[in-house]
Design a protein around this ligand. Structure first.
Ligand SMILES: Nc1ncnc2c1ncn2[C@@H]1O[C@H](COP(=O)(O)OP(=O)(O)OP(=O)(O)O)[C@@H](O)[C@H]1O
Ligand SMILES: [Mg+2]
Length: 352
């Protein structure tokens, strides 16, 4: 309430304001500016020089050097399963990302420096402490006005739903840190389930699979590459040669992995998602189920880029599946849309 009032009152102030939308994802961070659209989409990754205690690599650059740095440089992913696990790293990264996104617009404000107001999404499963951590990080990163809203509502809006209508929408956001399944209707979330076994954990499962089956130690980026290039739910069977370290002697070793390997390594994860969708559908009222069956489910998140993933869910669940082709940008698209209605933002912030 206080936060919203601050925003509302300051709209009459002479101090100019830049309004940002932020989707702080476990794998990627997106920032949009009001009336300007999406301006930044970079990996949630930062590099720390442990000797000087200074952050020296950010976003894309930090991601490209994972596994290739000397010992005194540590590449940190400051979020895990959708929540902040490294406070200082998150502050430094947000400061850098916000600076980068607003930089081109600062020339318009030569006389008075604008304040930054931000509307950020936070996963529905976040605790009060985790929500507070997001707010504190944003304050330390230089934002003077902060509103947080439930990420599931933004994702549903980005998927094309009118969250205020009484037509339920079942969204499945397949992200890097969380698989978030939510049923949204009448301005709120009716039911939700969250699975932490998402894209980042799947990379670890690929790593374990190669370790046990091929006796090879693969790097995190290699496993991500294998998942992105080989995982598919069609008949295609592709192979990819990768390099790692032999488990026997620690020397470089190269192996070929196939679609069948990756599918086998990750099938349990995808079965867990179908089980959760079934569970949430069983949990809600029959009227809602009927509407959901009529409209289908909405798949978003970058993991939804896996070829034919919609066919997989359609077959397993016997329900229409709509692929939201903004994929990982669905949440920020929905958030920017929600941000246009200040009255509604107030209500959403209040109820979260
Ligand atoms: N083409 C692709 N095929 C399969 N997976 C992909 C593809 N592109 C990206 N991914 C995976 O998507 C995941 C990241 O998804 P996304 O960017 O939606 O997550 P996020 O929004 O940062 O995380 P979250 O919302 O869960 O906190 C990563 O695990 C990445 O490997
Ligand atoms: Mg996301």
């Amino acid at each position: 309430m206080q936060l919203f009032q601050k925003i509302f009152h300051s709209s009459f102030s002479i101090i100019p304001k830049i309004r940002l939308y932020l989707d702080l994802g476990t794998t990627n961070t997106r920032i949009a500016i009001e009336n300007k659209g999406l301006l930044l989409n970079e990996p949630t990754c930062i590099g720390l020089n442990k000797q000087t205690n200074q952050y020296i690599f950010y976003g894309k650059e930090a991601k490209t050097i994972i596994g290739k740095t000397p010992d005194f440089i540590k590449i940190i992913k400051p979020l895990s399963s959708g929540v902040i696990v490294d406070f200082d790293g998150t502050v430094a990264l947000l400061k850098y990302f916000i600076g980068k996104a607003v930089q081109p617009y600062l020339v318009n404000y030569r006389v008075i420096k604008p304040t930054i107001s931000v509307i950020a999404t936070v996963p529905i499963c976040a605790t009060e402490i985790e929500k507070k951590a997001v707010i504190e990080c944003l304050q330390k990163a230089g934002c003077s006005e902060i509103i947080i809203i439930n990420k599931t509502l933004a994702t549903a809006t980005g998927s094309g739903a009118n969250i205020n209508s009484h037509t339920p929408c079942l969204t499945v956001d397949l992200g890097g840190g969380l698989i978030e399944i939510g049923i949204v209707s009448g301005g709120g979330v009716i039911a939700y389930r969250v699975i932490k076994n998402a894209g980042e954990v799947m990379n670890k499962l690929v790593m374990n699979y190669a370790y046990l089956k091929n006796g090879i130690i693969l790097g995190e980026s290699t496993c991500d590459e294998l998942k992105i290039n080989l995982l598919r739910f069609n008949q295609e069977n592709t192979t990819l040669a990768v390099r790692g370290k032999s488990l026997e002697n620690g020397l470089p070793k190269s192996i070929k992995m196939s679609t069948n390997d990756i599918n086998e390594a990750l099938l349990t994860s995808f079965n867990q998602i179908t089980d959760m969708i079934k569970e949430i559908v069983e949990f809600v009222q029959p009227e809602i189920v009927e509407e959901i069956y009529k409209n289908g489910i909405y798949l978003s998140g970058n993991l939804a880029k896996v070829p034919n993933i919609n066919d997989f869910f359609q077959k397993e669940l016997d329900i229409n599946t709509n692929l939201v082709e903004t994929y990982g940008d669905t949440t920020i698209t929905g958030l920017s849309k929600l941000g246009q209605n200040k009255e509604m933002l107030f209500q959403l912030n209040e109820s979260f």
